[in-house]
Design a protein. Structure first.
Length: 302
């Protein structure tokens, strides 16, 4: 135990006439560990930013946002899948099937979609070309807006990640998504990165096949202009689909990035280390004084 006394930095100077103690060594080691912890916390605050939040009602001028999604269909072949985007404001449906990436995944298909979404209430869907395709699926990711490391701090930026629906059979599914505009402002310029948090709910629709009844033949009427009547329009094939309906929240959340200055980190580190060392020295001297008083009292009684 004699070698431990060499690490006693609490004894008084000069060290040649003062004797090291094991208690002083233990106090010195604990003090050094506390100093390192406080210095590390200060430099961590310098490297890692903090975020202050502000929520307000706003009307954004953006007309499009970027959306990225990856969905794995477990039993649907790639050639039977299509991707449609519907804008409820103008009642327009756009076929984006030619702009998605399909890769065979086991017995099914992995679909990667990168597209710009018009900022109106609407929907987009993955559908099949017939009513016999099993639309069982796993959502790997679905994000809206720009990408930023801040999004990794919360699952609300990718709420649908990991959702699995297996063996759904002859049914279609709706996901109702509520989007919340989120801006991360980094720097004094005020410009930020636009992302979107969202929540979702889910509902299922059972597709039932109706009995097909043969229509009764109507009596043929002679055409007025002498031309034959046009044939009836063919019925559209029934399809299964996975539909995502989205709408927007009027609120906007701003997260402002704050970094600690290097001057503040250095001054705080020095002040913390000095305060810890002074406090430890006072407690150690109090311990030595109390121990000596106890020893003298016991010696007098003996």
């Amino acid at each position: 135990m004699l070698w431990l006394r060499n690490f006693d930095y609490m004894r008084r100077a000069p060290r040649t006439i003062s004797e090291g103690r094991v208690a002083g060594t233990v106090t010195s080691i604990v003090t050094a560990i506390l100093m390192l912890c406080f210095v590390y916390s200060q430099f961590a605050s310098w490297v890692s930013p903090t975020y202050s939040r502000k929520t307000y009602v706003s009307r954004t001028s953006e007309s499009y946002i970027f959306c990225k999604a990856t969905v794995i269909f477990l039993n649907a072949p790639c050639h039977k899948l299509q991707f449609l985007v519907h804008d409820s404001f103008v009642s327009h449906t756009a076929d984006h099937t030619g702009h998605i990436f399909k890769n065979t995944h086991g017995d099914g298909c992995k679909v990667d979609v990168d597209f710009w979404l018009l900022k109106n209430n609407g929907e987009f869907q993955f559908s099949s070309t017939d009513d016999k395709t099993d639309m069982s699926h796993v959502i790997e990711t679905m994000k809206f807006g720009d990408d930023h490391p801040f999004a990794a701090k919360s699952t609300s930026f990718d709420e649908l990640k990991g959702v699995k629906l297996r063996n759904i059979g002859s049914s279609t599914h709706d996901y109702i998504i509520k989007l919340l505009s989120t801006r991360v402002i980094d720097g004094a310029g005020g410009s930020g990165i636009d992302m979107y948090q969202y929540t979702f709910s889910h509902r299922e629709h059972i597709v039932r096949k109706k009995k097909v009844e043969k229509p009764k033949e109507a009596p043929k009427e002679a055409p007025k202009d002498g031309k034959p009547a046009p044939p009836p329009a063919p019925e559209k094939p029934k399809t299964h689909f996975i539909r995502f309906k989205y709408n927007w929240s009027p609120l906007t959340v701003d997260y402002k990035v704050k970094y600690a200055s290097f001057y503040r980190v250095v001054t705080n580190s020095i002040s913390y280390c000095g305060g810890i060392f002074t406090t430890a020295s006072v407690l150690y001297r109090a311990y030595l004084g109390g121990a000596s008083i106890v020893k003298e009292t016991i010696a007098k009684k003996l």
